[in-house]
Design a protein around this ligand. Structure first.
Ligand code: GLN
Length: 288
């Protein structure tokens, strides 16, 4: 039998479905488009194109990787997030749609200062998807982003470069370690690790066997980094400055307790994601 684009997609869809791969049809199309170096739309325009042996061999290798639970975004090296596509790879968390809530919340706050240029700091930037999205959508502000991992920073810098050279200063360090402690920042934001250690083993193999644990494991109850950042950020924010943190959908009570134990903030707000889960906490530093 001659393998055409159409037949190969149909076969792969069935194979992925049998092996419990997510979105089998879409995954088959994305992988074949990637393997042939053409857009998904072109797969339809070239549906009766026969595949050469070496094309089949290369595609088979990708099918096997996905069946073995390697995340699709690591295989293609790309993930769409907010309004752009980002380079990703092992060593950085794959941007999640949930995290767009953090971006839109930050943009809403930045839009309240139409003239002033704000200084914005992202901690644990990973692929840079959050800070690059912000810099692209609101370029009048000054953006800085840190990560403990040099590998992540290389990827983040490339993503900033791809987006028309979004102007961001990247630095290496764990949370606030590399920064001078002074009230300087108008906004600090982060998507820190927040999954309780004991939940990690229940995650999908795509996550637990492939994505960086440092970006996921939030310690005993998941709140280690969130508590740390809440406690420290008030020393770095200007009076009236904003702290925005992504959190787990069931962590509202604990995050509230962490925020209330720190007297430096006087506003606390929870923002829901598109699935109606509390996803972002917004703390405002007291004016004096
Ligand atoms: N929302 C992510 C997940 O469920 C976790 C991200 C994080 O810990 N920051 O995989």
């Amino acid at each position: 039998m001659e393998w055409t684009v159409f037949k190969l997609i149909a076969w792969t869809e069935t194979y992925f479905r049998k092996h419990g791969v997510d979105s089998p049809r879409l995954t088959a199309e994305i992988l074949l488009g990637f393997s042939l170096g053409i857009r998904r739309l072109d797969l339809y325009l070239q549906h009766d194109r026969p595949l050469e042996n070496q094309e089949l061999t290369a595609f088979k290798a990708l099918i096997k990787r996905r069946k073995n639970h390697e995340p699709l975004a690591y295989i293609t090296g790309e993930k769409g997030f907010f309004e752009s596509s980002f380079q990703v790879g092992p060593g950085v968390l794959i941007p999640r749609p949930d995290t767009e809530t953090l971006v839109t919340t930050a943009l809403d706050l930045l839009a309240r200062e139409p003239v002033k240029s704000s200084t914005v700091l992202e901690l644990g930037t990973g692929s840079g998807a959050i800070v690059v999205s912000l810099a692209k959508a609101s370029p009048k502000n000054r953006f800085f982003a840190g990560d403990i991992s040099g590998q992540a920073l290389d990827i983040a810098r490339q993503n900033a470069g791809r987006e028309g050279g979004a102007k961001i200063d990247f630095f290496q360090g764990s949370w606030f370690d590399a920064l001078q402690q002074r009230p300087f920042w108008d906004m600090i934001l982060s998507n820190p690790p927040y999954i309780p250690t004991s939940d990690i083993r229940h995650l999908a193999p795509e996550i637990k066997d492939h994505e960086p644990m440092t970006a996921l494991d939030g310690g005993n109850d998941g709140l280690d980094c969130i508590r740390d950042i809440i406690g420290c950020a008030c020393h770095y924010l200007v009076p009236g400055g904003h702290l925005l943190l992504e959190m787990g959908f069931d962590q509202k009570r604990k995050v509230m307790a962490a925020a209330q134990s720190c007297t430096a903030y006087d506003g606390i707000e929870f923002i829901k994601d598109l699935a109606d889960h509390d996803r972002v906490v917004h703390l405002k530093k007291k004016i004096d």
